[in-house]
Design a protein around this ligand. Sequence first.
Ligand SMILES: Cc1cc2nc3c(=O)[nH]c(=O)nc-3n(C[C@H](O)[C@H](O)[C@H](O)COP(=O)(O)OP(=O)(O)OC[C@H]3O[C@@H](n4cnc5c(N)ncnc54)[C@H](O)[C@@H]3O)c2cc1C
Length: 379
Amino acid sequence: MSSYDVAILGGGPAGTALALELRRNEPDLKILIAEADIATDWRIGETLAPGAAQLLNGLGCWDDVMRDGLIEGVRSEAAWGSDRLHAHDFIFSTRGSAWHLDRVRFDETLRAAAEAGGVEIWRGARFLSAVAESETWQLSLDRQGRRVDVEARFVADATGRSARFATSQGSRRCFADRLVGVAAAVHLREDAAADHATLVEACEHGWWYSTVLPGNRLVLAWMSDSDIVHHNSSARLGPWLAQLRAAPLTAARADMAETAERVFTWPARSHCLDQPCGRSWVAVGDAVSSWDPLSSAGIMKALRTGKLGAFVLLDAIRGVEGAGAKYRRLIEAEYRRYRRDRRAVYRMERRWSGSAFWQRRHAAEPFDREPAMHSAGEP
Ligand SMILES: Cc1cc2nc3c(=O)[nH]c(=O)nc-3n(C[C@H](O)[C@H](O)[C@H](O)COP(=O)(O)OP(=O)(O)OC[C@H]3O[C@@H](n4cnc5c(N)ncnc54)[C@H](O)[C@@H]3O)c2cc1C
């Protein structure tokens, strides 16, 4: 059985940031990233918020990301609170320049940087379960259809919104909403005007965003609650196109592109784990807390918590106590601030007082918990 100092489950921005930071501080650590995906054509989440350049620079991969081709200096406009367009700064981030990127390529570039730094990466390896032994974790993975066991002293959960490892250890996701995104990526027509702005448009049952990616692809995403989407059958192409026609600014933009033939549904609920780490594990990125895409800050938060998670594990490796408690306080405080800001932004839109989507966001926020899961303890 292969044995590692640290096994990182999930090779998105959070997992790779954590790996890169660990290697920068302890080059001799034996690190594995187990990433479930092998190849995907398109992933949603394409705006890199202001401030991300410093984080990526610190991880030593900003030049690689730039080389991939970014759309720079992207502005953002919104019809929010009225049907008139106005400038809309990246709501939860510091002001400044944002970038649009090809998300599949971005994630792969970060993984390649980690690999070049000596991190072992298994693509197509899905974490299934974990058992705590005296000083190590026995992890069971599905590696391209084959069950493989590995041993690790420390584990990082970077599996995204599913928080697959943390929830298997009894940590619970506390949800704040039921948001989903139903989205398509289509090619812009050759004669389409070059407008790279992100456009956000509120509508009766949610809101739309549209954005242009490198390679002249237009992403169109309708954000609403899962029960509303289900009720209107809007996860299907026909009803989704009907919703699009109810958002005139976004529909006009869609007219400059080929017609969508397929739509995909992406979970987008906000949540925070009630237990972000244990004695020999830490959760980072969307696994530890996930934010509304309205913030355009998910990637940046993934990079930041990935770096912080590395320091939590480094202290645990060195036998220094207290880092886990600090991390927990920081994650909770950040999530509280995020929810306060989010509520203020949603309350700026008052046009559809009869709509369940907006009523939920104007009311005092519910804070649901998942039913308790089993706790397997920790070494
Ligand atoms: C509709 C929508 C639009 C968004 N737009 C933006 C945006 O414009 N800007 C922005 O900054 N953020 C955006 N986000 C959020 C952003 O995509 C996430 O916050 C970010 O991807 C989090 O990074 P992560 O590494 O934590 O998780 P992920 O990127 O989800 O990576 C997790 C990785 O773990 C892998 N994995 C999952 N389960 C397992 C398993 N069991 N074993 C092994 N591997 C596993 C997955 O394949 C994946 O590669 C958006 C999100 C949504 C839903």
